[in-house]
Design a protein around this ligand. Sequence first.
Ligand SMILES: [Zn+2]
Ligand SMILES: [Zn+2]
Length: 347
Amino acid sequence: MMKAALYRGPKDLEVIEVDKPTPKSDEILIKVHACATCGTDAKIFNHGHQRLTPPQVIGHEIAGEIVEIGSSVSGHQIGDRVQIIAAIPCGSCWACQSGKMQICINQLSMGYQFAGGFAEYMIVPNEVIRVDGVNRIPENLSYDEAAAAEPLACAINAQELINVGPGDVVLVMGAGPIGCMHVRLARALGAVHVTLADVNAHRLKLSADVVKPDQVIDMSQVDIEDAVKNVIPNPGPNVIITAAPAGQAQEQAVRMIRPGGRISFFGGLPKDKPMINIDSNLVHYKELILAGANGSTPAHNKQALELMASGKVKVSDLLTHRVSLDNVQEAIDLVLGGEAIKVVVKP
Ligand SMILES: [Zn+2]
Ligand SMILES: [Zn+2]
């Protein structure tokens, strides 16, 4: 038997004893050592998710140790320390074949269609193994850090799409864990000036104290469109990343960005509030480039681990809280309460 956090529907998450799974010949069994929580877990807990049919073991930012390997699986060994991708591309559709695995039209996810990492043990399905989604954790990284590779991979995808690089003046709107990662990643890619903004003064301070952006904008106190002119050197930001589920931030970004700028709508909007109002002529005359962002590829996960291992993007100090699997509810509450940057569940 083993313990697992079973999600049965909105506001119904319980740690129960279930049978320890046995891997099929084309699967791997890992002992989960760390599964980080993110806003998506809190969203699922409160409202459910259209792609998730309960009951299911959730948790998708997963790191663990291989303890059993199916007879037909090669390239992995018992004892390997591994990080597991969350979004699983099919590898064969037009999107995957063109190198855009993050927008795979047949995408599946750990913790959605497959049991996730809020459990003592987890099957790594063949769908993950066959797209090279089982990544060795570099020796100098802990399981906890490796669990944060998946969200960093999503940030890498977004910044790759808008080509963040040397000389960029970047504004990150949203100071949650992913906003923190965007600040650090932009710096690692060569941005010369990075500003972090949030509507929640407490969260902004918590995050800014750790990632130390060049400037902060407390949107609870000032109008960001005025503040940008004061705190960001002329001619203003040429890259804006909206790492918040706020349509208003997207609208403001289009107005605040420098001509020729690039914007990432990183954070999706609530599904009942997906519409925004933007002046299309701003996009036209300013020659703006607007990009979406949808998860990451297996390669982005590998890149994330490398960036962390090389010290270019530090995440250890973003992991502010650790809880046992029995207290998974506390992890969700910490995410919802905004008192933590990132919470790691330790099964
Ligand atoms: Zn996540
Ligand atoms: Zn595909």
